[in-house]
Ligand binder design. Structure first.
Ligand code: PMP
Length: 418
């Protein structure tokens, strides 16, 4: 099969050309993607020409930095189809955004006897904040099971909705199997019960055109670093009716209109109220550059590329008797394929691939509850970015042919890479 990834794309990623022997085969993009030169340049240019604190200094540099930060917010708004720029809150990460929600709207809406619904495929970052909320408020966490096909049945999700449910928190795309949840339908169903929806888009934004308005979600969270942007910056999108009214999560500089020791504190509006302290300005600018990069790539092309690589993996392991693809990633490919090798622990498979210069994630992928429900100790996860090639999948196949049992056993507890 011809490799349709032009070298012009690979050339934009300096880390792929480190020049220390074999080229890096990086198939751990669901953990974090590599960064194109345009993103690195946007960050460097900010620090070398504009760096100043934002929303504070009334000098030219400070005002320019503030403009660039707000421009980045507008870029994110346009990229995800939000109605207003102040519906975009910059957070440290997807995880930070979800915690913010659990601690603000969660505490406002959820009380004893109420329910919060999640699915059985959630990453710990979209499980633990809700679990802690339930534990501390006397609410019940309801987990909608994932079927044998790796999907949440619509009937099961619908059955979980009801008068006691306050919040439904669901992954857009599973970070273990790449399953794409029918978010628009789930949100519509939740709305029938007045349930507030939170969608974890961490694994979606690099692979799908996300339109929060079309999806109808109340809140949507993601991290920049999984979509070619920098670490340390993420987004909380919220519908203005709900978001605009949230109390501050952290308090401090940048959140207040007036403070005196005698009077009640008066806070500024959202988003500044939810971005206490000095924000990650360079991160926001890098994120905006990453959205520009994705726009120029064209998501249809990204989708076709994901489908091609998924097919290549499925074909490559077809005649390797010991290797099995988990779930059905070919159905709606979204850049993730999980494999298991009979009789060989995923950690050993991962180490073997690493010895062949191939970086993958192995283990439970911060979703041990999902792996437990499938009665699995872990998987070997191949996750794609636009720079991956069919040739790299061939290298995985060649390495898998020689993998042998090693140190880890199925009985061994997952103590290393939770
Ligand atoms: N949700 C999902 C589905 C993820 O894959 C991840 C990252 N592995 C997160 C949430 C958390 O993202 P971050 O660590 O960037 O906060």
């Amino acid at each position: 099969q011809d490799d349709p990834v032009p070298t012009t794309i690979r050339d934009q990623f300096p880390i792929l050309h480190r020049g220390d022997g074999d080229p890096l085969v990086y198939l751990d993009n669901a953990a974090t993607t590599q960064k194109p030169q345009a993103v690195l340049d946007a960050i460097t240019t900010y620090y070398t020409t504009v760096n100043s604190n934002v929303g504070r200094g009334y000098h030219t540099l400070g005002l320019t930095a503030t403009d660039r930060y707000e421009d980045a917010r507008e870029t994110v708004r346009a990229a995800i189809g939000a109605a207003r720029a102040d519906e975009i809150v910059f957070a440290a990460s997807c995880t930070a955004a979800t915690n913010l929600l659990a601690e603000t709207i969660g505490r406002r809406l959820v009380g004893p006897g109420d329910q919060v619904v999640i699915t059985g495929m959630e990453h710990n970052s979209n499980l633990l904040p809700w679990r802690r909320l339930c534990e501390t408020t006397g609410a019940e966490l309801v987990v909608v099971p994932v079927g044998a096909d790796g999907r949440v049945a619509e009937a099961d999700f619908a059955a979980a909705m009801g008068e006691r449910v306050r919040i439904a928190a669901i992954a857009h795309v599973s970070n273990v199997l790449g399953t794409v949840n029918p978010v628009a339908d789930m949100v519509a169903r939740a709305r029938e019960y007045g349930v507030v929806t939170v969608v974890d888009g961490a694994q979606a934004v690099a692979h799908r055109e996300v339109d929060v308005t079309a999806l109808g979600v109340d809140f949507y969270t993601f991290s920049a670093h999984k979509m070619y942007g920098p670490m340390g910056i993420g987004v909380l999108y919220g519908k203005w009716d709900l978001l605009g009214d949230l109390p501050p999560h952290h308090v401090g500089g940048g959140t207040v209109k007036a403070v005196s020791h005698a009077e009640p504190v008066r806070y500024v509006g959202v988003p500044a109220r939810l971005e206490a302290g000095t924000p990650n300005v360079a991160g926001a600018i890098g994120l905006a550059a990453a959205f520009d990069f994705l726009r120029d790539l064209d998501r249809d092309r990204v989708r076709a590329h994901d489908a091609m690589l998924t097919r290549a993996v499925v074909d490559a392991v077809d005649d390797l008797d010991a290797v099995r693809v988990v779930g059905d990633p070919g159905k709606d490919p979204c850049g993730i394929v999980s494999l298991v090798v009979d009789g060989i622990h995923p950690y050993d498979v991962g180490s073997h691939l690493d010895a062949h210069g191939i970086a993958v994630r192995c283990g439970v992928h911060c979703a041990s509850t999902f792996l437990d429900s499938m009665d699995m100790v872990g998987t070997v996860r191949l996750s794609f970015a636009i720079y991956n090639t069919v040739d790299e999948i061939e290298r995985v196949r060649a390495a898998l042919r020689t993998v042998r049992p090693g140190f880890w056993t199925a009985e061994h507890p997952n103590t290393r890479f939770l």
